[in-house]
Design a protein around this ligand. Structure first.
Ligand SMILES: NC(=O)c1ccc[n+]([C@@H]2O[C@H](COP(=O)([O-])OP(=O)(O)OC[C@H]3O[C@@H](n4cnc5c(N)ncnc54)[C@H](OP(=O)(O)O)[C@@H]3O)[C@@H](O)[C@H]2O)c1
Length: 240
């Protein structure tokens, strides 16, 4: 596949690990996030172009697509949030904002890039969460939004085949800035790690390596899949 790969959330834990991998294999990442200073630093480090944009702004998404040009070989949407609150304390705005960033924004990002993605063969990778399919207390807003990402992905995979493959990476707790409130206490981090059959938290590279594979030609017959990178937490009951 020739052409750039748009990486939204490129300065985040998983997005930066993915961008470095793409650049290392000559896959031409174009970096997108809000903070221009962090984008410039990463862009200079790996020799990649960048553009600052807020993914909740549809006009900004169109400007990014125009700057990226055509054809696009891929799009990875590595932006997200973790809002943990019991239902009784969730305001309507909490649900709306969580849905907007996690589910609506990737739909609009793919829509803006569609002409460039369909100009050749392309791969789209979205990010869900272990909490989309497995129930955890206080996850109503993010669990609902990430389940929507999975529905979005299979719908787009059907609609956009055969030109565009669409797959989802579904991590469990991964040591990035996003998860910092849950991992900053060593005791809490250790307790959560023990809830995973593989007995550790995720590293950004765990999810980035699967996203890199899904974006590559080596995954050329894979579409419409949701793949857990979760230490077994999503599928296994454990030994107990
Ligand atoms: N880490 C986990 O435990 C975990 C678990 C399950 C699922 N996930 C999912 O995995 C994906 C990657 O997560 P991560 O842990 O790598 O996140 P992260 O480290 O917090 O990085 C988030 C990235 O998104 C950018 N961003 C945030 N809001 C944005 C906006 N409105 N417009 C444009 N860019 C924005 C951030 O940069 P700026 O702030 O400069 O914009 C940053 O580059 C997300 O979809 C997340 O929901 C993560």
């Amino acid at each position: 596949m020739a052409g750039r790969v748009l990486v939204f959330g490129a300065t985040g834990g998983i997005g930066a690990a993915l961008s470095r991998r793409l650049a290392a294999r000559g896959a031409e990442p174009m970096l997108v996030a809000r903070d221009a200073g962090r984008l410039r630093a990463l862009g200079e480090a790996i020799g990649a172009p960048w553009q600052a944009a807020d993914v909740t702004d549809a006009a900004a998404l169109r400007a990014v697509a125009a700057a990226a040009g055509a054809p696009l070989a891929g799009l990875a949407f590595c932006v997200g949030s973790i809002l943990l609150k019991p239902l009784a304390r969730l305001a309507e705005a909490d649900f709306a904002e969580t849905f907007r960033l996690n589910a609506l924004a990737p739909a609009m990002a793919v829509q803006a890039a569609l002409p460039a993605l369909t100009a050749g063969k392309a791969s789209v990778v979205l990010f869900s969460s272990v909490a989309a399919r497995r129930g955890f207390a206080n996850h109503a807003a993010i669990g609902a939004a990430k389940a929507a990402v999975e529905g979005l992905a299979v719908s787009l995979a059907a609609e956009l085949a055969p030109q565009i493959r669409v797959n989802v990476v579904a991590p469990s707790l991964t040591k990035t800035q996003l998860a910092e409130p849950l991992t900053r206490s060593p005791q809490m981090a250790e307790a959560i790690a023990k809830q995973h059959p593989l007995q550790r938290l995720g590293e950004a590279e765990d999810a980035a390596s699967l996203a890199d594979f899904l974006l590559s030609d080596a995954a050329g017959w894979i579409t419409g899949q949701v793949i857990g990178v979760d230490g077994g937490r999503g599928a296994l009951a454990g030994k107990g």
